[in-house]
Ligand binder design. Structure first.
Ligand SMILES: Cc1ncc(C[n+]2csc(CCOP(=O)(O)OP(=O)(O)O)c2C)c(N)n1
Ligand SMILES: [Mg+2]
Length: 428
């Protein structure tokens, strides 16, 4: 008689460590810098299977750029790349404090992930359209035409908020900068980007799309739907998966990153895919250029998994000390993207610790001045600022319909009653 089967059990993935313990980062399966081959842009999707399971890296432990992925990039661009990352970090740090000071209600920083959005911004062209999540502020802060003060006004929903308070803080929107309105509904970015890329091809345009999603959000059906459409129609799109190891308090293994990689999802869907060191500014630049070139040449989509670590809390409403070790980020084997690029530039003789300290000071002054200016337009929570009642009704329809006129009249009347809680600013 054969042995009876044991009772069935489900596997529930767990991170190797929780608070007070030490994470075993062996699960990351890293490749040495320079070890992964760089195929031609017209590679068949199936021939990228090995690349989707390895890790494309350029900067080695001594800060040298090695291997076939080392991009051609001049020292002016490299310096700009580093300053941009420092700018994002300075902005994030100040906004984090501003939330604690009750100047803004909510913030989401990209600490530790700055290389991904900033280097990607250097690899795409004006007119291309990014469909970002809330952690790609680097795409905007890499540009000269987006004033920092305007982002702060958005965070404050004040009189100069380009979104007029109709988006949650952090959910920026900049058509002119190729930055599609951020949606809080995760993974919608993927279907929208593929659709936009398909429309670009249908119109015979040359512009490409860049889609963004986190490790956790790949578990959404939209992610898989987008992959199917992108593959079938060879949509001109870069499919970015930022694997920062966590989805709020949920470890990436729960979204399916334990026994396979997120990049391998792309290969399974017939899409050329790469797994890349997201803390290596040069690797991000090189892989983004490679993917953009494929899209622009009509070779179809590329899925890129950027391996990184969410250095800070998920948002200002989160406390990661409750679910992961505090020293994870300093112990993360791929290090700090800022320190790694700085080391490379110092090695090339085009940067120094002293210059970094002085640039840091300048950036902090830039951020402080922008915050002061933003506050002058009202909106800091601590000032109990209440926007004019009219702003609730204006700019919804091109011409305000009669029923809104009537509601506005009633609202004005109610606000003017004695005992109304707060008096909004009147309008002449
Ligand atoms: C469809 C949907 N489900 C759930 C949420 C709530 N939520 C907001 S952020 C988040 C975690 C997302 O994690 P990940 O995709 O890894 O991105 P990260 O925050 O790490 O950048 C969740 C579950 C949401 N906004 N939308
Ligand atoms: Mg995540």
């Amino acid at each position: 008689m054969s042995e009876p089967y044991p009772p069935l059990r489900l596997h529930v993935p767990e991170p190797s460590a929780r608070a007070g313990q030490a994470t075993d980062f062996g699960y990351l399966h890293l490749s040495p810098a320079g070890a992964v081959r760089r195929p031609p842009v017209d590679v068949a999707a199936a021939d990228t299977a090995e690349l989707a399971n390895a890790l494309v890296r350029v900067l080695d432990d001594d800060g040298r750029a090695v291997g076939p992925w080392a991009p051609a990039v001049d020292s002016v661009t490299l310096r700009r790349g580093l300053v941009t990352m420092l700018r994002v970090r300075a902005f994030d740090a100040r906004m984090q404090i501003a939330q604690r000071q009750r100047k803004i209600s909510f913030y989401m920083q990209s600490l530790g992930e700055e290389a991904i959005a900033t280097a990607h911004a250097f690899a795409i062209e004006p007119g291309d359209m990014c469909f970002p999540t809330y952690r790609q502020q680097g795409l905007l802060l890499a540009r000269d035409d987006i004033p920092m003060v305007e982002l702060m006004c958005q965070l404050m929903s004040n009189a100069r908020d380009p979104m007029r308070g109709r988006q949650l803080p952090v959910m920026y929107s900049y058509k002119r900068a190729g930055f599609f309105s951020i949606s809080g509904n995760l993974a919608t970015q993927f279907v929208q980007a593929v659709g936009w890329g398909m429309a670009s091809a249908i119109k015979g345009d040359t512009r490409i799309a860049s889609a963004w999603v986190g490790d956790g959000a790949t578990a959404e059906a939209d992610f898989h739907t987008a992959l199917t459409f992108a593959h079938v129609y060879r949509a001109p799109v870069i499919l970015n998966v930022v694997n920062n190891q966590w989805a709020i308090s949920t470890f990436q293994a729960i979204a399916g990153g334990e026994a396979t990689t997120f990049a391998a999802r792309g290969v399974g869907a017939g899409i050329a895919s790469l797994r890349v060191d997201g803390n290596d500014w040069l690797a991000v630049l090189a892989a983004s250029r490679w993917a953009a070139e494929r899209a622009r040449r009509g070779l179809g989509p590329t899925l890129v998994e950027w391996v990184t670590y969410r250095g800070g809390a998920h948002s200002t409403s989160d406390d990661p000390a409750r679910y992961r070790p505090n020293d994870d980020w300093p112990r993360f084997p791929l290090g700090d993207p800022v320190a790694r690029l700085a080391r490379h530039l110092i090695g090339l003789g085009v940067w120094s610790q002293e210059e970094q300290a002085s640039v840091q000071k300048q950036l902090e002054a830039e951020v402080a001045a922008a915050l002061k200016e933003a506050e002058s337009f009202g909106g800091a929570l601590i000032d109990s600022h209440v926007p004019p009642i009219e702003s609730m009704f204006e700019d919804v329809f091109e011409v305000m319909p009669p029923h809104l006129h009537e509601q506005l009249r009633q609202a004005r009347l109610e606000w003017s009653q004695p005992g109304a809680k707060a008096q909004p600013e009147g309008r002449p």
